[in-house]
Write a protein that binds this ligand. Structure first.
Ligand code: PSU
Ligand code: MN
Length: 306
């Protein structure tokens, strides 16, 4: 029995050795409101296709781990209430009990690797939350990056997190954090965080080569590719900083803890920016899909020439 089910399009792409880009689904169910969530998911899939790769959105429906969703499955996921937010700890339980689950960065990496997909595009990764010295709230995304050999393209991490601590944990875990085309580690809504990224690469071919080198050396773990938001979609930090502070305070006041923290913060920020954050979010995810498609193409091309 196979652990996962490939969609017809993803199965065809695999058989033809075409480049494939994995996409997560927590962003759909716990990151954006309906119907923008499903519209964005479709747009991001189209962006991957326009850039020469095949999209594989990953989710669990009735316990079945799906690598690539049909349009009807995507709609079902986006509309269903009580979809589990599935990270590494939850994935086997969700599958064994035949529930519906949306995969986080961590769980999407696990599924992508099981299916033989090396590149994955998302918006932002989970990280070390502000106040983690008290709460111990550190996303399982970070340890997954240390364990599973998938290159993840994200727009850095949101300022709802503690960025210096997030970078420290990634360093300890031996995860290469590679800023694309600039020195600064990007901060999701803004291109600059004021913190220099540990590594910088300027070409998809170099990122692909580094990925393949890691695999050849037998090192576990993947790469975090931090791709700055397009200039025209940036939101100024002085607009967002007070809103992030407000949402952080509200989360604390309401006793929001554990896996509810990130979804709470995301939905509060959508409300507090009156949807302005959504436009930027869509632009950066598509930008990441473009870069991921190029990296996936380079990996396939290198393997063909080997
Ligand atoms: N950060 C974002 N957007 C997101 C997420 C994080 O800017 O959609 C989602 C991703 O699925 C990520 C997950 O893997 O939240 C992290 O959740 P936690 O912090 O509970 O590990
Ligand atoms: Mn957490």
């Amino acid at each position: 029995m196979s652990l996962f089910t490939l969609s017809p399009k993803v199965a065809a792409a695999m058989a033809a050795h075409q480049p494939i880009v994995a996409l997560e689904s927590t962003i759909i169910t716990h990151g954006m409101p309906y119907p923008q969530n499903v519209e964005t998911a479709r747009l991001v899939e189209a962006t991957v296709r326009e850039n020469g790769a095949v999209p594989a959105t990953i989710a669990v429906l009735n316990g079945e781990l799906l690598i690539g969703l049909t349009d009807a499955q995507l709609e079902e996921l986006a509309q269903t209430k009580d979809v589990m937010k599935v990270s590494r700890a939850d994935l086997p339980v969700c599958m064994a009990t035949r529930r519906n689950g949306a995969t986080t960065v961590a769980a999407t990496m696990i599924a992508a690797h099981l299916a033989g997909i090396s590149v994955f595009a998302t918006g932002g990764i989970g990280g070390v939350h502000r106040g983690a010295e008290e709460s111990f709230d550190i996303s399982a995304d970070l340890t997954e990056l240390a364990a599973t050999p998938v290159s993840v393209v994200a727009a850095g991490a949101k300022a709802i997190l503690d960025l210096p601590k997030t970078l420290e944990v990634l360093e300890t875990q031996g995860v290469p954090v590679i800023a694309y085309g600039q020195d600064d580690f990007p901060a999701f809504w803004s291109r600059q965080s004021g913190i220099r990224a540990p590594l910088r690469l300027d070409h998809p071919a170099e990122i692909a080569a580094a990925h393949l080198m890691r695999v050849s050396m037998g090192l576990p773990g993947g790469q975090l590719i931090a791709n700055p938001i397009p200039r025209d979609a940036e939101i100024a930090n002085d607009v967002l900083a007070p809103l992030i502070d407000q949402a952080t305070q509200e989360a604390a006041d309401q006793g929001i803890i554990g896996k509810s923290v990130t979804p709470f913060m995301l939905s509060r920020l959508f409300e507090l920016t009156e949807g302005q954050s959504l436009t930027a979010n869509i632009a950066l995810v598509r930008n990441n899909a473009r870069l991921a498609a190029k990296i996936a193409q380079e990996i396939v091309a290198t393997k063909k020439n080997a």
